[in-house]
Write a protein that binds this ligand. Structure first.
Ligand code: ASP
Ligand code: MG
Length: 412
């Protein structure tokens, strides 16, 4: 029988009633003839509560115990879902990560999946089990300890199962009905996309469209898993939601697929650093070692052997970045006159695979922002993305103006 993976996020299993509702959706797919692997998240709010308890008991917690504790939310939902399905007369069984087993690295709280052997579950499917309910977000390390995959990790669990079991599709049930051209809370003309390419979704996911964990999209792209994002609250049919798929499967699309934004960015400028071989490494190695997620980087032209280096990072990492730079200065590895932090910026990006073959997207973007009187502070581009830093107070305006100018409210 063909296999389908269905993942239900925290809001979709937040109460016993919602679990029942999700179970009915699962029953529909079982009736259609699928063997179903269901991946569940913890009930919404549960993981945050568990993390809170960990931090209260031990601020510098042992990550192995963190994983033992925060993985438990998913165990409860998996058992409840299996029971609910059994009550409906569906042959279902729950599985914790270690039972499958889902084998991971030992990087506690941020483990990566090594392998999912399929014999165990396939044996049970052959014996008549119709639904395996698997606790998302967790696995087991080579040392035999429970691991977790990082916040939002159940999406990655779901895609990994779909790849390992060669599922026909991986349906991600959530509280939104798909992927939008931009955040509907910012632009009310935002339109749900029927299809989006992996590459575009990857950019949008990492740019702060919080529908899917970025790693789950990477994995889906690598193994060509068809991902569908859909709402567990609406009635669904074959064409509901948004399909994340290979670009060959998208017949028509706009040049720009979406506008993404990230509110809490900071722009840091090292003023007057020596322009010599190795200077970039001397700056960015310590930043990376300090755990600063540097995003955009711009090096200015040099004058009299000195230059300015500008980079962006999340605003809550500014203090860490300053400390790392001060230490590098003390130790004599770098030398700069000043470190200026602008903590009132946001990043706005346009994304679309159509940019590969269409010139003029950047020019149009800059023109639109200029017409709104919005100053651009930093620009970076990739093959399918253009990002700018602007003053945070103009972020919404920039998103709306770009959404309008690229006519994203209109279907291609
Ligand atoms: N429950 C975990 C979290 O809240 C994993 C997930 O839901 O994807 O991060
Ligand atoms: Mg999630």
């Amino acid at each position: 029988m063909p296999t389908l993976v269905m993942k239900f996020g925290g809001t979709s299993v937040a109460t016993l009633d919602r679990i029942k509702r999700a179970a009915k959706r699962i029953g529909v797919e079982v009736a259609r003839g699928y063997d179903v692997i269901v991946i569940v998240s913890a009930m919404s709010g549960k993981t945050n509560e568990l993390v809170g308890w960990v931090e209260e008991v031990s601020p510098l917690f042992d990550a192995r115990e963190y994983d033992a504790i925060v993985s438990s939310g998913e165990n409860v939902t998996a058992g409840l879902m299996a029971l609910t399905l059994q009550e409906m007369g569906v042959e279902a069984r729950s599985w914790q990560g270690w039972q499958v087993p889902l084998l991971t690295t030992s990087a506690h709280a941020a483990a990566r999946i090594n392998e999912i052997p399929t014999d165990n579950l396939n044996g049970k499917f052959a014996d008549g089990m119709r639904v395996a309910v698997v606790a998302g977000f967790q696995g087991i390390s080579p040392e035999g300890r429970i691991t977790t995959l990082g916040r939002g990790g159940s999406d990655t669990t779901a895609v990994a199962f779909a790849a390992a079991f060669k599922a026909e599709r991986c349906d991600i049930y959530t509280d939104v009905d798909g992927v939008y051209t931009t955040d509907p809370r910012i632009e009310d003309k935002a339109r749900k996309l029927d299809r989006i390419a992996y590459e575009e979704m990857l950019e949008l996911a990492s740019l702060g469209a919080k529908v899917l964990q970025t790693r789950s999209v990477e994995l889906a792209m690598r193994y060509r898993v068809k991902l569908r994002v859909l709402s567990s609250f609406d009635e669904q049919d074959e064409n509901s939601g948004t399909l994340v798929c290979a670009e060959e499967e998208i017949v028509e699309s706009n040049v720009v697929a979406g506008v993404a934004c990230q509110r809490d960015e900071a722009k840091m400028t090292l003023v007057s650093v020596a322009d010599r071989p190795g200077i970039a490494a001397a700056i960015f190695v310590p930043l990376s070692e300090a755990g600063v997620n540097v995003d955009m980087i711009v090096q200015n032209i040099s004058e009299d052997g000195r230059t300015d280096m500008t980079f962006s990072c999340p605003v809550d990492q500014v203090a860490r970045a300053e400390k790392a730079m001060d230490e590098a200065k003390q130790s004599g590895e770098i030398n700069f006159h000043d470190l200026i932090a602008d903590t009132d910026v946001a990043k706005v990006s346009v994304v679309g695979i159509g940019m590969r073959s269409h010139a003029g997207v950047a020019a149009k973007m800059f023109e639109v922002l200029s017409n709104e009187g919005i100053n651009i502070k930093v620009i970076t581009t990739s093959e399918i993305k253009i990002s700018v830093l602007v003053d945070r107070k103009y972020m919404e305006l920039a998103v709306q103006a770009l959404h309008d100018a690229f006519e994203l409210d209109k279907a291609p």
